[in-house]
Design a protein around this ligand. Sequence first.
Ligand code: HEC
Length: 157
Amino acid sequence: MTDLMTRRFSFLSLTSASLLAGLLLSTTVSADSTEDAIQYRQSVFHTLAWQFSPMGAMVKGKQDYDADEFQTRAERLALLAQLPWEGFIAGSYDGDTDALSKIDTDKTGFEKHAQALMDQSQTLSEVAATQDFAKIRVQFAATAKTCKSCHQEYRAD
Ligand code: HEC
C-alpha cells in the first residue's frame, strides 16, 4: 500500500516536472511558437467575430432580436475578449499576420485598447441581461467602436 502510494507520488512529480519543462520551453521564442501565437490570436478574433456578427445583425434589424440569443452571445464575447492578448508575443509581427509591430513598441497604448474591449463587452453582457433593446443598441455600438479604433491603429488594412 505504502509502496504503491510512493510509486504514484514519484510518477506525479515526474509528470509535473515534464509539464514545467514544457512550459519553460514554450516561453522561448522560436519560429514555431511565434507561428502558434499568431494562429492562436487570429483564431480567437475569428471566434469573437463569429459571436459578434449576429448581434450586429440584430442591432441593425437584419435579424429579429432574440433576447436570449443576444445575451448568450454577449456573455461569450465578454469571455473571449480576455483571450487574444497573450498571443501578442515578441517576434510575432512578421510573417502571416496583420498585426503591426507598433504593438510591441507601444504596449501601453495597445493594452488600453484591449482593456476598452474587455470593459465594453463586459458592460454589453450586463446590459443584454436587462433585455432593454434601446440600451443594448447603444452599448453594442460602444463595443463595436473598440474593435474599429484598435484595428485602425494596430492592424494593417
Ligand atoms: C486591442 C486591439 C484590438 C481590439 C480591441 C480588437 N481587435 Fe481584432 N485584431 C487586432 C489585431 C492586431 C488583429 C491582427 C491579428 C493578426 O493578424 O495577427 C486583429 C484581427 C482581427 C480579425 C481577423 C482574424 C483573422 O482571422 O486573421 C477579426 C475578424 C477581428 N480582429 C475582429 C475583431 C472584433 C469583432 C473586435 C471587437 C469585438 C476586435 N477584433 C477587437 C486587434 C484588435
